[in-house]
Design a protein around this ligand. Structure first.
Ligand code: AMP
Ligand code: ZN
Ligand code: FE
Ligand code: FE
Length: 278
């Protein structure tokens, strides 16, 4: 059983349609693939139709943009009711915040001699529920300002970089509660990558587990072997499920993030979904 629990389609900042994503998951030899677009379930129906046609198991999920102590934390959610009103209301606020930051972000790029309009970004993000920095990067590539998304992030769009603008993220404990109250489970994505590690030490993970957090994503490309070993031990200590994933974004994130590059053990998958009622 090969299980990949975190991937993106072009309903957020991946480059494949949900159908292509599922087709490629089959080609990659996966038995189970989760679609986890940023802050949106817009890809679910199309992905489910493709999965039914091709005979692969689709897990319908999301990567929820949250904040803890001023640091961005990504929370994977699975098995929740996508029509739950409190959850949808919070997701709407995040999606609106994604789009509302664009003018200020584009002003900063303009100040650095790279003028772009909101329409230029929408030309790149047209299939997505809302814009992301990767779509701004795509517009910069289209205008010839940078060679690829990586260069755009490394020189301009990185956190607190020259063209960075904050956006809204749900307080992490609220996001865990909203997913749980909508009948789902939550797993922190790449918890010890980048700055998140600072705000997610073991004692904080223990508090979050008490508040209903079900698991942590351990096997992710942004975790070194040492980090994975340490985090796996903490998870075992706290009784948290351990997952693995590719965080595939199509061509948006580079060949290292190919489908199935990291996977989730079947018994961890079982334990996680045993916590989903119904
Ligand atoms: P946003 O949520 O719109 O502020 O943008 C953050 C997203 O950009 C993350 O979820 C990543 O998927 C993506 N990202 C971060 N760094 C890079 C990079 N160097 N190349 C491509 N995508 C990136
Ligand atoms: Zn992304
Ligand atoms: Fe993420
Ligand atoms: Fe992701």
């Amino acid at each position: 059983m090969r299980i990949d629990l975190h991937t993106h389609s072009n309903r957020s900042d991946g480059t494949d349609t949900p159908t292509q994503l599922v087709e490629k998951a089959v080609e990659a030899g996966l038995d189970v693939v989760a679609i986890t677009d940023h802050d949106s379930t817009a890809g679910w129906d199309e992905a489910q139709a493709a999965a039914d046609r091709l005979g692969i198991t689709l897990v319908r999920g999301i990567e929820f943009s949250t904040m803890l102590d001023g640091v961005s934390v990504h929370l994977l959610g699975y098995g929740f009711d996508p029509t739950d009103v409190p959850l949808l209301t919070e997701l709407r606020r995040i999606l609106d915040g994604r789009d509302n930051r664009l003018p200020a972000l584009l002003d900063k790029l303009g100040d650095h001699g790279m003028p772009l309009t909101v329409a230029d970004v929408v030309a790149q993000s047209g299939s997505a529920a809302a814009s992301g920095r990767p779509h701004v990067a795509d517009a910069m590539v289209a205008a010839g300002y940078v060679a690829d998304r990586d260069e755009a992030f490394q020189d301009w769009l990185y956190d607190n970089g020259p063209a960075f603008v904050e956006r809204y993220g749900a307080p992490l404990p609220d996001a865990i509660r909203l997913l749980r109250e909508a009948g789902g489970v939550s797993v922190i994505a790449h918890p010890w990558a980048r700055k998140a590690r600072r705000v997610l030490p073991p004692d904080v993970l223990a508090d979050l587990a008490d508040q209903g957090l079900a698991g942590v994503e351990v096997d992710h490309n942004n975790h070194s072997p040492e980090v994975r070993a340490e985090l796996r031990a903490v998870a075992a200590d706290l009784g948290l499920v351990v997952t693995g994933s590719s965080d595939y974004h199509g061509t948006g994130k580079g060949p290292d993030f190919h489908l199935g590059v990291n996977t989730t053990a079947p018994e961890q998958f079982e334990t996680l979904f045993a916590q989903v009622p119904g």
